[in-house]
Each structure stands twice: as structure tokens, then as C-alpha cells.
Design a binder for this molecule. Structure first.
Ligand SMILES: [Zn+2]
Length: 150
């Protein structure tokens, strides 16, 4: 039951901690988990909508990057393409590429690399958030912020 905690903690740490996106809740179950980001772009974020959508892809890729970090290797997942992290990433990448799949593929590779580096950098924070999640199973926006601030 540990890996969902690290996966979701990475989404939150990169999303709320690093990019300052609002994440309303995060939860884990025995073999799964989820987080609910505020997907509405607002000028208060201080970045253009395009930049915001690119940040979303990096946040989506961070979950997988955390598992690679945890296992100390790049993992291939059979069902990755069917998962929501991938589907939404691809949707955003296509939007940013005016529907061109080649450009979207490059963008996705860029976001994966950025996620990998950010997960390495933020690992102590991800670790702490993962253990807070394992203890409480569900956190709201305030609890996420509080844990990230310590
Ligand atoms: Zn995920």
C-alpha cells in the first residue's frame, strides 16, 4: 500500500508545492489513489494558460516519475496508456500542439523529463507527504499545504 502514497504525493508536491496549483484533495486506497486538482486556469497563477497546461502535464507525469525514483529504475507499465495520467497528459499535449501528434509526443517527452528532475529535487518533500498520506489516507487542500510547508 506504499506505492500509491508516493505516486499521489508526487502529484501534490510538484503541483501544489512547486507550481502552486490548487489541489483540493488527495487520497489513497490499498492499490490506488487519486487527487483532485483545480483545473481552471486563472490569471492569479501568474502564468499564461499555455504555460499552466504544460505545468499540468508535468504534474501528471510526476506520479510515474516517483515510482521510477522509488524503484530506482525506469518501469514499463502495460496499462499506462489506458490510465488517466496518460490520457489527460496526451489531451493537454495535443491542445498545446494544435492537434499535431508528433509535436505532442515531443512535448510529452519534455514533460516526462521535467517531472523526473523535479521528483529527484523534491524527494524529501514527497517522502514526507507520502507518510502523512499513509497515516491519514485522505488530505484536503489545507492539510496538503501544511505538510508541504513544514
Ligand atoms: Zn497519478
Amino acid at each position: 500500500m506504499r506505492w500509491p502514497a508516493f505516486h499521489e504525493a508526487a502529484h501534490c508536491s510538484v503541483g501544489a508545492g512547486y507550481f502552486g496549483h490548487r489541489i483540493k484533495t488527495v487520497w489513497i486506497g490499498k492499490r490506488d489513489g487519486g487527487y483532485s486538482p483545480d483545473t481552471e486556469w486563472r490569471p492569479e497563477y501568474g502564468v499564461s494558460e499555455r504555460e499552466f497546461r504544460l505545468q499540468e502535464i508535468i504534474i501528471l507525469q510526476a506520479g510515474r516519475a516517483a515510482l521510477d525514483h522509488l524503484n530506482n529504475c525506469k518501469h514499463y507499465y502495460d496499462d499506462w496508456e489506458a490510465g488517466n495520467d496518460h490520457k489527460l497528459s496526451w489531451k493537454r499535449a495535443l491542445w498545446l500542439s494544435d492537434g499535431d501528434e508528433v509535436a505532442a509526443g515531443h512535448l510529452l517527452a519534455y514533460a516526462m523529463r521535467r517531472a523526473e528532475l523535479l521528483v529527484d529535487k523534491l524527494w524529501p518533500q514527497i517522502y514526507k507527504l507520502a507518510f502523512t498520506l499513509l497515516e491519514h489516507l485522505k488530505l484536503d487542500a489545507e492539510q496538503i499545504e501544511k505538510t508541504l510547508a513544514i
